[in-house]
Design a protein around this ligand. Structure first.
Ligand SMILES: [Fe+2]
Ligand SMILES: [Fe+2]
Length: 161
């Protein structure tokens, strides 16, 4: 199965979260292309894409959870558990690939990235859409607060001087 580019029907109705999803899907597609090549030759590329994916996934899940919490999304607990499971599977995939690329089969990649993560971004996330729409102001405040918190910690931006 190929990973499709982000399309308007994947939208969750929140600009920042759609932007995150676009970036994550683009990283998945880069991973898919690199992974299809010779594993030994692509080792460094695949590993750096997986690390970038893991970093941005952590950031995105944090932002999304703080916004879901702000709009009092009723399925937050289950949604957070799904995020934790995706993260754990991604970490395991990265660690296994780092140790021995031959241990990571195409089937495993499809299961971890496509069946669970890609499906989460393009289908499952849309369940919170009406709650974000109903409390737009609270969602926006949580989004700004989250971005600034990351900024203050220096996690997202590197000082110019
Ligand atoms: Fe998401
Ligand atoms: Fe999510």
């Amino acid at each position: 199965m190929r990973i499709d580019d982000w399309k308007p029907e994947f939208s969750v109705g929140v600009h920042s979260l759609d932007t995150d999803h676009k970036l994550l899907i683009s990283l998945m597609k880069q991973f898919e292309d690199a992974f299809a090549g010779d594993h030994d030759q692509q080792y460094v590329t695949v590993l750096s894409i997986l690390n970038a994916l893991l970093d941005y996934t952590g950031y995105h899940f944090g932002r999304e959870e703080s916004m879901m919490s702000a709009v009092r999304y009723p399925d937050l607990v289950a949604h957070r558990a799904a995020h934790n499971e995706i993260t754990a599977n991604l970490v395991k995939l990265r660690d296994d690939f780092e140790r021995d690329p031959a241990r990571v089969s195409t089937a495993r990649f499809e299961e971890t990235l496509i069946e669970s993560f890609y499906r989460h971004l393009t289908e499952i996330d849309r369940a919170y859409m009406p709650y974000m729409a109903a409390r737009r102001n609270l969602a926006a405040i949580a989004n700004d607060a989250f971005v600034h918190r990351e900024d203050d910690d220096g996690l997202l931006f590197i000082d110019a001087d």
